[in-house]
Design a protein around this ligand. Structure first.
Ligand code: C5P
Ligand code: MG
Length: 190
């Protein structure tokens, strides 16, 4: 199985690139952000909890997102693998993912980290906010908070994968197709 962790700060292009990579390598795309937004749209209890947290740019508790991933991993037994987009968000989530994959006799193959500077992230997210309808893209203060939360809680994951020899930084700026090529090449060379 190939399991890709597509990593990077908010606005790095994880969702965009995950779609291309999923198609190219025939992987199941798992975006915890998308799953949470589906819960919000369906107005479930979980959705109500998530909505409040997401609109502030904070992180949903580990147990909630880990359970979501666990239930998705149980489903398709025939897949070539998964691409994790926006998950893990914390070191405990990364540890839980390793444990879950081990149960399925599998593991994370590689962590692809899209690198984009802060000014460009803010630019991209504000632009996306004009059309995405996402409340967490709408104002500069929430975006700033999301980037701070990334630096504090999510970025430490880099060291976690680095110590396993799985960390691959990828330049996340320039034409979208060029970024896709860089990602593909890294996966093909692993
Ligand atoms: O991954 P994405 O940027 O779509 O996530 C949107 C929001 O969903 C995050 O800013 C965060 O509030 C929440 N989220 C989370 N934990 C995750 C994934 C997303 O709290 N593992
Ligand atoms: Mg996304």
């Amino acid at each position: 199985m190939i399991n890709l962790v597509l990593f990077g700060p908010p606005g790095a292009g994880k969702g965009t690139q995950a779609i291309f990579l999923a198609r190219k390598f025939n992987l199941v795309h798992l975006s915890t952000g998308d799953l949470l937004r589906q819960e919000i749209a369906a107005q479930t209890d979980l959705g109500r909890i998530a909505d409040e947290i997401i609109s502030k740019g904070e992180l949903v508790p580990d147990s909630i997102v880990i359970d979501m991933i666990e239930s998705k991993l149980k489903k398709p037994k025939t897949t070539v693998g998964f691409i994790f987009d926006g998950f893990p968000r914390t070191v405990p989530q990364a540890q839980a993912l390793d444990q879950l994959l081990r149960k399925h006799h599998s593991k994370v193959s590689v962590m692809l980290c899209l690198e984009v500077e802060k000014e460009e992230l803010i630019d991209r997210l504000l632009k996306r906010g004009l059309t995405s309808g996402r409340c967490d893209d709408a104002d500069a203060a929430t975006i700033e908070n999301r980037i701070n939360v990334y630096n504090e809680k999510t970025a430490p994951i880099i060291r976690y994968y680095e110590s396993q020899g799985k960390y691959h930084p990828i330049q996340g700026t320039g034409p979208i197709e060029e970024i896709t090529s860089r990602l593909k090449e890294t996966v093909e060379n692993m």
